[in-house]
Design a protein around this ligand. Structure first.
Ligand SMILES: [Zn+2]
Length: 260
């Protein structure tokens, strides 16, 4: 059984003391590929150095996270564009719109998001989208870009069933993580409603730890708990979930099955 974890911040400082063990635990449980979403220039070097250390396991992206869009947004965007031709990456992310904290930089968030979407499309790279309390704003922003063909993931999806189908209609996949294991989650209905070809697995570690580790640090290998829960919901074997989500993820990120 092999699983691609499409969203792991294993380069986060939360793993500085035991990163090697954490990655080895993931590999041992079959989670042999981790896609690393970028945040901004403050954590980027750490991400690329972890990716360089684990070239068979960790695949980095490049992107400016919406919560990193503030006063200094132009400098972040300039750095992103300067690094883009120099870095070996599998996608653009995580990018998007986040209105959870406030709406002060909404215009700037839209600007930074759209510019990154456009360049991803020019380079035929998938995008990993972070949307928090901003579905309509994100949807509208995506509708303004010149090419209306999208490839990528709406990560940690938390919207309604209708929104899930809007996302799929645009060409995106739905990223499902630890929230699926929470009692209060309605994600099970979405997982049952959407086609399997459109689902990928993720952890968003060190956050959103699945049951039964909730409250503690999340880690990339825990994506197996999400796969198990999904198998329970879909009434199939965990191996099946691993197979179809891995196939979907490999396609999105242009990774080779022979790498496993
Ligand atoms: Zn993330």
């Amino acid at each position: 059984m092999y699983i691609v974890n499409t969203h792991s911040h294993v380069y986060d400082e939360a793993f500085d003391d035991d990163r090697d063990e954490v990655i080895q635990r993931a590999i041992d449980s079959g989670v042999t590929k981790l896609i690393l979403p970028d945040i901004d220039s403050t954590s980027r070097e750490r991400m690329f150095s972890v990716a360089q250390q684990y070239p068979q396991t960790c695949f980095p992206m490049l992107g400016v996270h919406p919560t990193s869009v503030g006063e200094g947004f132009q400098k972040e965007l300039d750095t992103f564009f300067a690094e883009l031709p120099q870095r070996k990456i599998v996608g653009i992310g995580e990018i998007g719109i986040d209105l959870y904290w406030d709406k002060i930089f909404l215009e700037e968030q839209i600007e930074v998001f759209t510019q990154q979407v456009i360049v991803a499309q020019e380079r035929n790279l998938p995008i990993v989208t972070h949307v928090r309390k901003a579905f309509n704003e994100t949807y509208k922003a995506l509708r303004t870009v010149p090419t209306q063909e999208f490839k990528g993931i709406f990560h940690c999806f938390s919207g309604s069933k209708e929104e899930a189908f809007k996302v799929i209609d645009m060409g995106f996949h739905i990223g499902i993580g630890g929230v699926l294991t929470f009692k209060t989650s309605h994600l099970d209905e979405i997982v049952k409603a959407i086609p399997r070809e459109k689902i990928v697995l993720e952890t968003d570690d060190p956050y959103l730890t699945p049951v039964p580790h909730r409250g503690k640090r999340n880690e990339p290998g825990y994506v197996t708990l999400v796969a198990e829960k999904m198998a329970e919901i879909l009434n199939c074997r965990t191996e099946e979930v691993a197979d179809f989500t891995t196939e979907n993820a490999l396609k999105i990120f242009n990774l080779n099955e022979s790498d496993f």
